[in-house]
Design a protein around this ligand. Structure first.
Ligand code: PHE
Length: 538
């Protein structure tokens, strides 16, 4: 009799109980932690021999699919509507021109050596596919600081507005919560699932958690929050001789409650995608897409970016039984391209308007996929945030329209640096992006002033990008938190004969390069299955 894995596990569970079954699962690698390296697609180099693939879009998904297909022996052509590779992965440097629809072109006037990621700007440590390609291609990564306790938070919901250091908002709130809980726990008659010794331990835990001050009162120990240890900052942070540090008075609990900062901003670094560590390519995010672009082709001379036909705007997709035909506009001339397979990465706001013979349900899914806008503003400035505010990286948050100010995570102590002076998404971004560039910059200056006095004087060479206003994109990403997302994405990710889609927009990593890559892999694997139905891989 052969023993199946399940049979063995059941037997182990009977013999040794759940614990033994768990140990067995661990042994079999079922419960291993997530892999630190992506497995690699590794298709044989003749898997696609003699087959052609048309890829629509030279962003992360399109370039990655092209790279993997080329290595697997397919012949690839990429149609790209714009004049550059990278898609939304866009880094601005001196001399670059940014052109939105219906707004005058903006020239980036940063100093030489300065740069701003107006698209993706950070890579979480668990985005193993992106990181693995960086490892393979030699793309140097540096830490991206998501949060510094010296960052600021501004609320417009208390009095005439308040600006605190992140450490005050976080640690004062934590202290107040600990004190309240400590009072509850020490109230007699409250039904707690804790023994008397547990309660003592719990009190100690709270004292540690909140930085509480212990005092003896009528024979009982009381815990209260006074910022005694200065977690929330100091009024006087140094002193020679017998001059102890003087902690700041705590911000009152009701001010913190009314601030609304807890509604999102101060807890963001608890969300998995913002947990340390995050990384970014040294010198700009576009080094990642450029690394795909410069990879050598396997069977011909040339590189992946040499497969791209620029300025090729797709107008129609016609799916046949043995080929897919793409109609596109090449600077006013109508052209067609026929291939055995097609992978479209065209942003849904544009794709949904194409003429296709795909099913009505499929095109309806394209129309119904929930999508979002995003906007950013960039500034160059002398590093006042370092010299005046002790800020080295991280993000300040505000309830104002600009929402965020990012500080550079590198180049510390240099003279100048580039700030992200606004970053917002959703409805807020749509409204903001609809304003003329000058107005957006004006608002970003004024609101920056509430986080840093004198902000408006320090910043120069502002640029603003509204992703929903960018001709070849018309959105920032899909909104996977909308309940309508999953069903539509599911259909869009389902191969329609020889037609496939890839791109972050059809994944639950929408707005992430990791989503672009995993979806590209799925499309490539699916084409391989269609070409080699009898072959079982890995
Ligand atoms: N990945 C993008 C970012 O880093 C967009 C995004 C924002 C995705 C918020 C999820 C949540 O900002």
């Amino acid at each position: 009799m052969t023993m199946t894995r399940r049979g063995l596990l059941n037997a182990m569970a009977r013999l040794g109980g759940a614990g033994a079954a768990y140990e067995a699962l661990v042994l079999f690698d079922f419960l291993k932690p997530p892999p630190a390296m992506a497995a690699g697609l590794a298709l044989p180099n003749d898997a696609g021999k003699g087959r052609t693939v048309a890829i629509l879009g030279a962003g992360v998904a399109g370039l990655c699919a092209a790279y993997e297909l080329d290595r697997a022996g397919f012949d690839v052509v990429i149609l790209e509507a714009s004049r550059r590779i990278g898609g939304r992965s866009l880094t601005l440097r001196r001399g670059d021109v940014l052109k939105e629809l219906h707004t005058p072109a903006q020239l980036c006037e940063f100093d030489e050596g300065q740069w701003l990621n107006v698209g993706p700007g950070r890579i979480p440590h668990h985005h193993v596919h992106v990181i693995d390609y960086c490892r393979q291609f030699g793309v140097a990564l540096q830490p991206y600081v998501f949060t510094s306790r010296a960052n600021r938070v501004h609320t417009g919901h208390v009095g005439n507005g308040r600006t605190w250091q992140m450490r005050q908002a976080v640690h004062d709130l934590q202290g107040h919560i600990a004190e309240l809980l400590s009072k509850c726990v020490s109230t007699n008659g409250i039904d707690l699932p804790l023994t008397k010794t547990d309660i003592e331990k719990f009190q100690n835990l709270l004292a540690n958690f909140g930085g509480l001050t212990k005092s003896a009162q009528a024979g009982a120990t009381r815990y209260s929050y006074k910022n005694e240890f200065g977690r929330a900052g100091f009024e006087r942070s140094h002193g020679v001789g017998n001059k102890p540090l003087v902690p700041l008075n705590p911000v009152a609990l009701d001010d913190i409650l009314r601030s609304d900062l807890w509604n999102d901003f101060i807890f963001r670094d608890g969300e998995i995608q913002w947990q340390a560590s995050l990384m970014e390519p040294v010198g700009g995010m576009d080094h990642f897409v450029r690394a795909f672009g410069r990879q050598s082709l396997r069977r011909q001379t040339g590189t992946i970016d040499g497969l791209v036909r620029f300025g090729a705007k797709v107008t129609a997709i016609s799916l046949g039984n043995d080929r897919v035909t793409i109609a596109y506009d090449d600077s006013g001339s109508a052209r067609t391209l026929a291939a055995d397979f097609c992978i479209s990465t065209i942003p849904m706001p544009i794709f949904k308007g194409l003429k296709t013979n795909l099913s009505a349900a499929y095109m309806a899914a394209a129309r119904n996929l929930p999508v979002e806008a995003a906007g950013k503003v960039g500034w160059q400035a002398e590093r006042f945030w370092e010299t005046r505010d002790q800020i080295y990286g991280g993000i300040s948050w505000t309830t104002d329209t600009i929402r965020q100010i990012w500080y550079p995570s590198s180049g510390f102590l240099g003279r100048k640096g580039v700030l992200t002076g606004a970053y917002m998404y959703g409805k807020n971004a749509e409204v903001f992006n609809a304003r003329p560039v000058e107005e957006r910059l004006h608002i970003a200056r004024e609101q920056g002033e509430r986080l840093h006095e004198g902000f408006g004087k320090f910043v120069e060479h502002g640029v603003a990008i509204g992703w929903d206003r960018m001709e070849h994109f018309r959105f920032a990403w899909a909104d996977e938190t909308d309940p309508a997302f999953g069903g539509n994405a599911e259909l869009l990710a389902t191969p329609q004969g020889r037609f496939h889609q890839a791109g972050d927009q059809i994944t639950f990593w929408s707005g992430w390069q990791e989503g672009a890559i995993i979806s590209a892999w799925e499309a490539v694997k699916s084409i391989d299955r269609q070409v080699n139905p009898a072959v079982k891989r890995g």
